[in-house]
Design a protein around this ligand. Sequence first.
Ligand code: NAG
Ligand code: NAG
Ligand code: NAG
Ligand code: CA
Ligand code: ZN
Length: 633
Amino acid sequence: MASFNFNKLLSFVLVAFYASPAHAVPWPLHARHSTHRVRHVGRGLEVKAFYPSSTYQTFGQGIDPPIPQGLTNTSAPLALQDSAIAFVQSHLGVDPTQVGYRTGFTREDGDYAYVNQFRDGVPFANAVANIAWKDGKVVAFGSSFVDMNITTGNIADSKPTLDVNSVIPTAEAALNGKSNSQPPTLEYLVNEDGSVALTHVFQVQNETAGSWYEAYVCAHTGKLLSVTDFVAHASYTVLPIHKETFPEGQEIVTNPQDLQASPFGWHSTDGRTQTTTTTGNNVQAFVGNQVSRQTSAGDNFNVRYDATKDPSVASNRAAATNQAFYVINTVHDFTYRYGFTEQTFNFQSYNFGKGGRGGDRVLISVQDASGVDNANFATPPDGQSGYCRMYVWDFTKPGRDGTLENDIPVHEMTHGVTNRMTGGGTGRCLQTTEAGGLGEGWSDAMADWVSHTSAAVPDFVVGSWVTNNPAGIRSHPYSNNPNVNPLRYSSAAGSRRLITFVCTEIGEVWANMLHNVYAALVAARGFSTTALTNPDTSEGNVVFMHLFLDALLLQPCNPTCECLAALVIVLAHLLKVVKSTVVSARDAWIQADQNRYGGANKCTVYKAFASRGLGYNAKPDFVDNTDLPPGCS
Ligand SMILES: *[C@@H]1O[C@H](CO)[C@@H](O)[C@H](O)[C@H]1NC(C)=O
Ligand SMILES: *[C@@H]1O[C@H](CO)[C@@H](O)[C@H](O)[C@H]1NC(C)=O
Ligand SMILES: *[C@@H]1O[C@H](CO)[C@@H](O)[C@H](O)[C@H]1NC(C)=O
Ligand SMILES: [Ca+2]
Ligand SMILES: [Zn+2]
């Protein structure tokens, strides 16, 4: 029979997810995973980050847009395209043939458009502009348009003398790779000296070497004029993903991006312009509020975190921002490999035409000022950025930045993964299970999963460094030794005593079951050291991650309920829902195995669940059952 300390658990519950008894406070709203409630995103600033430009203006409340020439009915709503072109024309004094609309979108917080400079119908690669409107007024404008009055006379003819196919081999040889399936384009390229060349633009890639370039070859001379290096020079001093806590040691990690998952690398949202900050297609990591936020800059990705100094010193802020950028990108990349893609509603600014909605990279606020001793992740629907807040922990002097304990950011990002993959990207489908704590369980299980480097499955403790407590912030380490972690299915029955119990306790029961499922799969099938980037092998850790993400897509969307409401009536209702979700979450794993592996791992998985009371005949009643399905022994 499971025994656990009521008071200890109660204290945990009261301080939400990441906290300890010493810091017991009533459950603060912000410390919950207040999924779907936080909807603010700093689009106005993101526009600038999308397209770094030589000039950038903001207009406060906004300025009236010009009326496009030839417009007869001024009260008819304008197409974004027409407004964009009219504004650029009037603001830069260029004629209509010099501006071409590229793309744009309308959201509830404003309208956004992107244009390129053109000449003779040929776009400029590096002369672009972006406009943002709020309530019909122009609020921001960025531009790198070149002044044609200066360049005229020094600009190449718009008709190429060389065919693109004739210049590709030279660039392939020079760049040690092959041109890929991205169609070549013809574009003007403004050179540093102000002259303008006509270029064939295409991508040259080498997966073995991990390189990916965009080549600009002169369409008149065949000379390689410029290269966009999508991936090089990205090195970060970070706590590598498999190291759970800061004392395990920072390392310099070079080119960690997975180009299958992030085709433009981590620092580009358009495959053309590269950011040199912690702003990219998958995540923007920053310190500060929406307006004054600071991202780390390229020459600063290798700053070390110094735990003897306060988290707020500039070097520690930069290091933590880099760490956040690295972790969120890493989770983006490996979950992408296992199925959290554009189509399954992942977080990306640009979706490469692969489905789903873009414009929703993760925003992660490091050392967020709104709290301490916790972290949270808000998951609005597909198309709106996930928002993660990381806090400083004040259990020690100096305090410790939670970002430097990988189990915390991995846990948080996993909330985004599970919320998006369950029920079709609405972000609405884990309200109940989240309240019941399954979300907590998945998030801990993910942090557990990334920490492994061999077939060994040591006990896993969450939150030990930030709290300076080897026992961490859960009631027990996750363990396949029942003496270390005695939690069983029936342990969740403790939730009957107090509604808030449900949230943490179910999560711990579930995470410990998954720890045991993982151990069983690795014991049965071995361990892959390339699991983060290769999902196509059959080792236990690979199978585990497939089942983990596949099951999310299979499980049902759950009705909404609030964990905070400590009402007996709600409790009764909640328990009914929670009960069914634990069993159905397990069923989804079994079904995922059936779908992907023809049921090859059914007995292994069932045995692990049954060993913790969630056996074949377990019912939604929190009564342990250790039965195995027919055919398993
Ligand atoms: C002008 O546009 C408004 C709004 O779309 C419309 O109601 C009105 O009929 C239009 N007037 C003319 C003369 O087309
Ligand atoms: C370019 O020259 C034209 C004609 O002289 C002038 O009207 C225009 O303002 C100039 N454009 C810029 C950007 O200076
Ligand atoms: C890719 O890089 C590898 C390693 O540098 C090299 O051996 C190979 O030839 C390159 N492939 C191409 C197509 O150039
Ligand atoms: Ca998306
Ligand atoms: Zn959580």
